[in-house]
Design a binder for this molecule. Structure first.
Ligand code: GLC
Length: 749
């Protein structure tokens, strides 16, 4: 507790406030974003999520009003009280978010009961403060709060009444609601309630705890084991403003290469060039579109990173070039653990240059991962990131088109790394306790920057572990799920929450990684995968093979249907990524993001929107051939039959195994391409527009799909306008920007 307020000074965007027992600050970044900062560990923020100056020149006033110091912008009011309690109000005076002053009541009660129990058992009695976290923010609840975001957490869309932890965890067991933490730490929360919507981003990399009304219905809290109290209030009129504000702060998913939006095939267990060749041939033979094959750890020599297993995969790069002739791009896995092996170049270089994490006594720290004894690059050192980045060239020189970063929680087979293993935070030592949750982030950043230098293309990185803000550098997948219906069910809320947490480019292992996939499960999963931003079928060694042809003819046909549909919709997905770079809005979205005033959307776990206008309601239960679909306001058209449906109603629709219910909102224009087997198979010079009745306008983006030339104006931006009552085949086209070869033909379907 900081005690009474004594004085304050305004320095640029920052209001420094002196209390009896310390100093804290409130910073106005934009009219809608404010930062609350109590330096407990370092004087400065040292944020890994936020890069560059985000404070804009924004007008605000600072005034003392009674007990409070009021900081007012056009969009948000903060009132700071003694003990650094901070309440936020909307400009009209409505209370948005208030600090809880009563203390964590439940904890006090628990401790009384607990103390009696401990006494009875003859244990030492802890102090009440032992139940609190060194860093703690407790916010009052009105009672009708819904919570969204938090990245990849398990369970359902609305996180109300649950508790979670942020501690990047490699969980090989089936991910159930009981897991409080998976691979990612994204401490960003959106609160929706009657009186408004806001986001809170807790920027702290230590292990942290989020309890959303589970402990007590009167408050929710955030606690961390160490670090600063450093959080951001992100206000907005609508939920979409909050997502835009958060991604303004932590960065937006950059425009990817077009092929990365195609279909990817992977398996841990492709053990030779021959097997890879077989996969490539089969896709082309069956005319199932596919762009990418992922090489899992077996391509390496003894799991040594940046090496090649010549025995099974032939001359380095040969198989990559061979499948490239058929249009396949190669993505290779790289883990952080470097094999402890004197004479192995990467290990020797790392030792010579002091690149690896150390024990507190100064010895190189050794644990074990795939190669056995392994050491951990200290990605917090700029020199290590450079080194790692330069090593990407080993891969790109072989023709590799993207890097898959795995095991970067960091995972370890001989127990978790002790908290005091020493890493570096740029220019200061940082123990594992503070580094853990940003290890994957820093590895992804090194990889992104290295790839960008190596081939000048838009880097394609996939990571398993990450922190808030990693979306600037990498796509993500949700780690080792299993071939379980419950995991297919969870994929929808998980991808929706990842999207609202900044990770627009995310996917699950289609078909499930562990356990054995069934034909029906694969058919239903490919229906979700076809709309997931990252669309990759991946499975584990020891499980049933799950490429589409491993089952029956029907499964092949259904996979072909939905993968082909994905390719048809590529321009629509690409447009969404283009928009995401500008607004931060995700590609797939829960309905609540666009219809937050409609209570039916608050807990909708079984359907989602792709962009704003395409609604997908996949079947995610075994044996089910009907789906209960909620359509929000407006008129919606069945994607296949074009039958109209009035919104704000539930419908029971037919959904046999080859059907995924999809609806398009009135007035929508959806751009499509001709069918193709892979990106680059044919010139993409014809655009076909699906135009739905009603009035609408649509912006379509086109560029070379590979490099950064678009940032110098080499792109086209079209505006398509469709007026109610006009001939369905007639649309108006305007060029909003012209800097790239135009389509030869734009056709209205
Ligand atoms: C981890 C990854 C998985 C990969 C395997 C082998 O379990 O999550 O995707 O296939 O390691 O590299």
């Amino acid at each position: 507790m900081l005690g009474k307020k004594i004085s304050y000074q305004v320095n640029g965007n920052e209001i420094q406030i002196q209390f009896e027992k310390g100093e804290a600050s409130l910073r106005v970044l934009t009219a809608e974003i404010m930062n609350v900062f109590l330096p407990k560990e370092t004087k400065d923020h040292r944020s890994k999520a936020i890069e560059g100056e985000k404070a804009q020149s924004v007008s605000f006033t600072v005034k003392e009003e009674g007990e409070a110091l009021c900081i007012t912008t056009e969009k948000l009011i903060a009132k700071v009280y003694d003990d650094f309690f901070v309440d936020f109000y909307k400009p009209d005076g409505t209370l948005l978010c208030a600090d809880d002053r009563t203390g964590r009541v439940f904890t006090e009660q628990i401790s009384e009961r607990f103390i009696e129990f401990l006494k009875a058992e003859g244990h030492e009695v802890p102090d009440a403060s032992d139940f609190h976290y060194p860093v703690e923010v407790v916010k009052k609840m009105d009672g009708d709060e819904k919570f969204y975001g938090l990245g990849d957490k398990t369970g359902f869309l609305n996180k109300r009444d649950y508790e979670y932890e942020n501690w990047n965890s490699d969980i090989p067991q089936a991910h159930t609601e009981g897991y409080r933490a998976l691979y990612k730490s994204i401490p960003f929360l959106i609160t929706l309630k009657k009186t408004g919507v806001y986001g809170l981003f807790f920027d702290n990399t230590y292990r942290s705890y989020i309890n959303l009304g589970k402990e007590n219905e009167g408050y929710f809290y955030y606690g961390a084991d160490a670090g600063n109290l450093d959080y951001y209030m992100i206000a907005g009129e609508k939920m979409t403003d909050v997502v835009s504000g958060y991604t303004y702060l932590t960065g937006r998913t950059p425009l990817p290469q077009l092929w990365t939006l195609g279909y990817h095939q992977s398996r841990w267990g492709y053990e030779s060039a021959e097997q890879i060749r077989g996969i490539a041939e089969k896709y082309r033979e069956l005319q199932i579109p596919c762009d990418t094959i992922h090489f899992d750890i077996d391509y390496m020599d003894g799991y040594r990173v940046f090496t090649w297993n010549e025995k099974d995969f032939g001359k380095p790069g040969e198989i990559i070039a061979e499948i490239a002739e058929k249009g396949f791009k190669t993505v290779c896995i790289i883990d952080p653990g470097v094999k402890l092996d004197e004479g192995y170049e990467k290990y020797d270089e790392g030792i010579a240059n002091d690149y690896f994490a150390k024990t507190p006594e100064g010895e190189v720290y050794v644990n074990a991962v795939w190669p056995g004894d392994a050491v951990y690059p200290d990605f917090g050192k700029p020199a290590v990131r450079n080194w790692w980045g330069e090593n990407q060239k080993y891969l790109t020189d072989l023709g590799v088109r993207g890097t898959w970063n795995d095991m970067n929680e960091p995972a370890s087979f001989r127990g978790e790394l002790p908290k005091d293993v020493m890493f570096t935070d740029e220019d200061r030592p940082l123990p594992h306790a503070g580094m853990h949750n940003i290890y994957g982030h820093l590895m992804s950043k090194a990889t992104y920057e290295g790839l960008k230098k190596a081939d000048g293309k838009r880097p394609f990185v996939i990571t398993r572990a990450c922190y808030a803000g990693t979306q600037k550098y990498s796509t993500v997948w949700t780690g080792d799920n299993q071939s379980l219906w419950s995991h297919l069910q969870m994929a929808v809320p998980q991808l929706c929450n990842l999207g609202m947490s900044g990770f627009a480019f995310a996917g699950t292992d289609v078909g499930g990684f562990g356990a054995d996939c069934t034909p029906e499960l694969l058919c239903r999963w490919v229906q979700v995968g076809a709309f997931s931003p990252l669309f990759r079928n991946h499975s584990s060694k020891g499980s049933t093979y799950q490429e589409p042809w491993q089952f029956d003819e029907k499964t092949i046909a259904i996979n072909r249907k939905f993968i082909s549909l994905r390719y048809q919709l590529l321009p629509y997905f690409y447009d969404l990524f283009y928009q995401c770079e500008k607004t931060g809005l995700p590609v797939i979205r829960p309905l609540v993001l666009h219809y937050e005033n409609d209570p039916e959307t608050w807990n909708l776990n079984g359907e989602f929107l792709v962009g704003e206008n395409l609604l997908v309601a996949p079947v995610v239960e075994q044996g089910m051939t009907k789906k209960l679909v909620y359509l929000p306001e407006g008129t919606w058209y069945d994607f296949e039959t074009k039958k109209p449906y009035a919104g704000k109603q539930y419908y029971m629709v037919e959904a046999p195994i080859d059907t995924c219910p999809m609806f398009v909102k009135e007035g929508s224009i959806i751009p499509t391409y001709e069918p193709m087997q892979y990106v680059g198979e044919k010139p993409l010079d014809v655009l076909k527009l699906m135009v739905f009745p009603g009035t609408g306008r649509y912006e379509h983006y086109q560029d070379n799909g590979t490099d950064f030339a678009y940032q110098n104006g080499e792109y086209n931006l079209y505006e398509f306008i469709h007026e109610e009552g006009c001939d369905a085949e007639e649309i108006e086209i305007k060029m909003l920007h012209e800097g790239y070869t135009r389509y030869k033909k734009i056709q209205v379907l």
